[in-house]
Design a protein around this ligand. Sequence first.
Ligand code: TXD
Length: 321
Amino acid sequence: MFKPSKHYISHPRITVIGAGNVGSTLAQRIVEKTLADVVLVDVIASKAEGVALDLMQAGALENHDRQIIGTDDYTFTKDSDVIVITAGVPRKDGMSRDDLLRINAKIVTEVTRKAIVHSPNAVIITITNPLDVMTYLVWEVSGFAPQKIMGMAGMLDASRFQAFIAMELGISRTDITAMVMGGHGDLMVPLPRYSTVNGIPITELLNTEAIARLVERTRNGGAEIVKLLQTGSAYFAPASAAYQMVESILQNRRRIIPVAAYLQGEYGLDHLFMGVPAQLGQHGIDRVIEMGLSAQELSALHSSAASIQENIKKLKNIRER
Ligand code: TXD
């Protein structure tokens, strides 16, 4: 059987933890766009090995020579430039959000500890749900500077808003930019005023009723897909959103992307990770962008923040036990 050696993996090097739907699709995007080599880590070593082998074989047809290793051995991840955490369990029938928090907190703590030993200078992107609080946890466990830590959600939520706007107007998705702030949950804050079609705010192209409908559909975007798929949750768009973040960091593109970032007074909020527009470069988050918000938008953002703070409290209780 093919046993890849450590020499196969060159730089730039991305570690993706969790070889499930999101992790394996993200690994595919990274190698097929020839952005970097990938170390795919899973607690089920054979699953990661299988996905890696499949992707290597696809590489023969997709015409690239990026390498990918599947393993449960973190020594392969040494000196990764970026670590992406997708490891976790999905919420199953009968499992409360608090149960999910407890289980995934344990997994995320374990994988963060193992990964940082080998890559003390990496930027870490968290994807595991509940997103905002897991990102906070990664920051606490890693002891890294907050600029090195972020969570993926806003860009996914914005892509959903973009797709719905395009469908409603019957126009190209690529001309649309959308902004969604706040936590990755029911209280996220899509911002129609800051969502445009080639610079034209959608508020000039759609009536209030249509915008409200699209905002609501965006808020329920994840649940809509879970229901349709019947097992598992969305992974193509989540992987694409994570890819954009990884690329901006690795290539120091300094793109402005909504990510869960550590707030230190921005928008009147402190000591939590929450979705805000931020500039992503080689050191992680270069800066958080503070946009002018109406009183109503700001109050929606604060409600979302309050629910994240509530989860952080729960997390602290779990960790103290
Ligand atoms: O916007 C967002 N942030 C999200 C979040 C969008 C989509 C998915 N979102 C969350 O990402 C989702 O709720 C999950 O918490 C994660 C991963 O979603 P995915 O769909 O990829 O889940 P899978 O297919 O169940 O994959 C999880 C993998 C699986 O292979 C497990 O064996 C592995 O994680 N796993 C571990 N790997 C390493 N180490 C440990 N301890 C471990 N435990 C589980």
